[in-house]
Design a protein around this ligand. Structure first.
Ligand SMILES: Cc1cc2nc3c(=O)[nH]c(=O)nc-3n(C[C@H](O)[C@H](O)[C@H](O)COP(=O)(O)OP(=O)(O)OC[C@H]3O[C@@H](n4cnc5c(N)ncnc54)[C@H](O)[C@@H]3O)c2cc1C
Length: 444
């Protein structure tokens, strides 16, 4: 195993001390894999990607599916993210996208990403998942006056080229409908956009997958995969499961240990969240914080934040590059300072929760959905930190690929195929450090 980060971040057997865990009844009845068995399709990883794919395979196509999860059901990033359903899952400018695959493919990409948000929303409606859905748009906020022109440009591009509903707000206008603060120099909104309790959504999806016949096992890490007579022998907890097809849905927690063809293609990046104690009405008023919509401060090293239903304030940012418990604590203290710099009237407010997890970035800078050539191995990963929008939809698209005999999906090229392997993959964190240093200089 070639872990890039400290082993602390891969403690699959330890619960995540997130705020979301305190919002649910924790009785969890999923079994552990402890008997040799056979299946047609084995899904590895029970985040949104894996569960959505397994649910669709079992429910729509009546397939025999087993789902193995290394942690408990509700351990991965899907259960501990900030719950923003935002677009697009790309770390590339629209201009670069058009240069790469042309205008039509870029339009198709934005059409697909809007479908992604609607897909997540439809799952919530269809299965009546009570996941505290809030908000009716997303806001992107200019952290400095110099960003306001780019906010206006993006809003007009979204509206005129991609048919996305947008609205621009000058600083004074956003003071009224959003919030005031030190890094608020105007904003724009786009729809669709909303926020959820990610853990409740994940558990709701897992429940539906189970009802639909998916055999779900938790605390069942896949440690090895062998191929014998055209079938896969997958080893977990010392037992073997034999399968015809495998779905890799491990995203940022993939440890470059199962398939050489998939190794070294992901740069896992830590994202951290802190949550305050509930704010009083007076404290909220002190920054005129009146919105429940998710907010993205578009500095180069993004800040993302939103008000929760019990008036706690969630604040997220890129994490550290070490991964130990200590580095996580240090980072959350730094983030507390950053948050209080943006919202100085809350400088006395305590932080009640902090945690972190891994998102998957790739050299391709857009998601990767597909099948390995000459092998029944399917994959979907690399949502560039936009999994609430992209992962459930991608899992569903992947199920179509598995069922059809066609090698391609009718989705934008930006989503399809593998990203390139990183050159000198052991240096991935070094590349990340350089990038973070560069961004923090610009942000200053
Ligand atoms: C702190 C944080 C905040 C975020 N905020 C947002 C947000 O607001 N909006 C948004 O859109 N996205 C956000 N993201 C990103 C989002 O959570 C992910 O893109 C999304 O959850 C990916 O879903 P997934 O199912 O592909 O992966 P995961 O949910 O990470 O699931 C992968 C699973 O694979 C399992 N696994 C790994 N190896 C093995 C193995 N060998 N055997 C068995 N199981 C294995 C892991 O235990 C894990 O549960 C955030 C991420 C983090 C960490």
């Amino acid at each position: 195993m070639n872990n890039l980060y400290h082993k602390d971040i891969y403690k699959f057997d330890e619960p995540i001390k997130s705020y979301w865990e305190t919002t649910i009844n924790t009785s969890n009845k999923y079994k552990t894999f402890e008997k040799n068995t056979k299946t047609n399709i084995l899904v590895i990883g029970a985040g949104y990607t894996g569960i959505s794919c397994a649910l669709s395979l079992a429910k729509k196509y009546n397939e025999d599916v087993v789902l193995l999860e290394a942690g408990h059901i509700g351990w991965g990033s899907s259960a501990r993210n900030a719950g923003f359903c935002c677009i697009p899952p790309a770390k590339m400018s629209v201009k670069k996208m058009i240069n790469k695959h042309g205008k039509q493919e870029t339009k198709k990409f934005f059409k697909n990403t809007v479908e992604g948000s609607n897909f997540t929303k439809n799952l919530i409606d269809e299965y009546k998942i009570n996941c505290d859905l809030t908000g009716d748009c997303n806001y992107e906020v200019a952290p400095h006056p110099s960003y306001f022109d780019s906010i206006k440009e993006e809003a007009s591009l979204y509206k005129n080229e991609f048919g996305i509903e947008t609205e621009v707000f000058a600083r004074e206008e956003f003071n009224e409908i959003g919030h005031m603060g030190n890094e608020q120099y105007g904003a724009f909104s786009y729809k669709p956009g909303f926020a959820i309790n990610p853990l409740k959504f994940l558990l709701g999806l897992a429940k539906e997958a189970k009802i639909s016949g998916v055999k779900i096992f938790q605390k069942s890490k896949v440690s090895k995969i062998e191929k014998k007579s055209g079938k896969f022998n997958i080893i977990s907890n010392g037992h073997i499961i034999t399968a015809n097809k495998i779905v890799m849905a491990t995203n940022g927690f993939y440890q470059d240990d199962l398939f050489p063809k998939l190794n070294n293609r992901i740069l896992p990046v830590i994202s951290n969240i802190i949550i305050t104690r509930p704010l009083t009405e007076d404290e909220l008023k002190s920054h005129n914080y009146v919105t429940n919509n998710p907010v993205l401060n578009i500095r180069n090293l993004l800040f993302y934040y939103r008000l929760l239903k019990d008036n706690r304030f969630l604040f997220g940012a890129r994490g550290d590059v070490i991964g130990s418990e200590k580095s996580s604590i240090d980072k959350s203290k730094k983030m507390e300072q950053q948050m209080k710099k943006v919202f100085p009237n809350w400088s006395h407010v305590n932080i009640d929760f902090h945690w972190r997890g891994l998102v998957a970035m790739t050299a391709k800078l857009t998601p990767s959905i597909g099948k390995l050539e000459d092998d029944e191995i399917y994959y979907s990963f690399g949502y560039q930190a936009n999994g609430v929008n992209t992962a459930p939809w991608s899992g569903n698209e992947l199920s179509k690929l598995i069922i059809s005999n066609s090698k391609v999906l009718n989705i934008s090229k930006f989503y399809q195929g593998l990203p390139k392997k990183f050159p000198f993959p052991k240096l991935r964190l070094f590349y990340l450090r350089l990038y973070l240093m560069y961004c923090s200089i610009i942000d200053r």
